[in-house]
Design a protein around this ligand. Structure first.
Ligand SMILES: Cc1cc2nc3c(=O)[nH]c(=O)nc-3n(C[C@H](O)[C@H](O)[C@H](O)COP(=O)(O)O)c2cc1C
Length: 181
């Protein structure tokens, strides 16, 4: 199963359009998780205490773990997120906080380092940027999470940039990016 994690907030999002073209090219059925439509909760003190208690018991049946279980079980993962404030929309960070559950997506090895438990062979990160795209705090973050913590060995960045620069033709930039998939 391909899991499409859609963090595109704007209507007629160009990032979503690029991601949907990628999904079409992958040619597999996918499940879309539209993050702005989910009621994702930040970890308050109460939620963190409850979560820690459940993790210590090894009880991952609670609904609060459903996103982590879904992420860990996916065969391929496609994340779509526009480039916002040198990073990505906050809803995607909330999602990361919700899925990073020790015992579901990762565990600690004998050396004390995280070891991945996710099934996915590949994670695609799809983004578009108004100006020049800088990967450090967006794709770079997800690449590190995937490879160092989740056990997903391959990641790929799919991007279209300079869309909002005066004089540029955003439609052509997106069409070219789709053609290059
Ligand atoms: C809240 C917000 C923050 C943004 N921050 C940046 C930025 O830091 N750098 C940049 O190049 N473009 C930035 N942009 C422009 C978007 O990256 C660009 O318009 C992108 O294509 C939007 O994707 P979408 O069509 O999928 O919504 C920002 C746009 C918004 C709405």
């Amino acid at each position: 199963m391909v899991l499409y994690i859609n963090a595109c907030v704007r209507e007629d999002s160009r990032t979503d359009r690029l991601a949907k073209a990628l999904l079409k090219k992958l040619g597999e059925d996918y499940i879309e998780l539209y993050l702005p439509g989910e009621n994702l909760q930040a970890l308050s003190r109460e939620r963190l205490d409850k979560r820690t208690e459940l993790i210590n018991k090894g009880d991952f049946s609670e609904p609060m773990f459903r996103y982590a279980r879904q992420f860990a079980a996916a065969d391929k993962i496609v994340i779509a997120a526009p480039f916002w404030d040198l990073s990505f929309p906050a809803i995607l960070k909330l999602y990361a906080e919700n899925i990073y559950v020790t015992g579901i997506v990762s565990e600690y090895g004998p050396d004390g380092m995280p070891r991945g438990l996710c099934r996915a062979e590949k994670l695609y990160y799809v983004t578009t940027a108004g100006g020049p795209y800088i990967a450090d705090f967006s794709y770079g973050y997800w690449k590190s999470l995937a490879e160092q913590c989740f056990g997903i060995k391959t990641t790929e960045l799919i991007k279209a940039e300079m869309l909002d620069i005066v004089g540029n033709d955003p439609e052509k930039i997106i069409t070219d990016a789709i053609a290059a998939l």
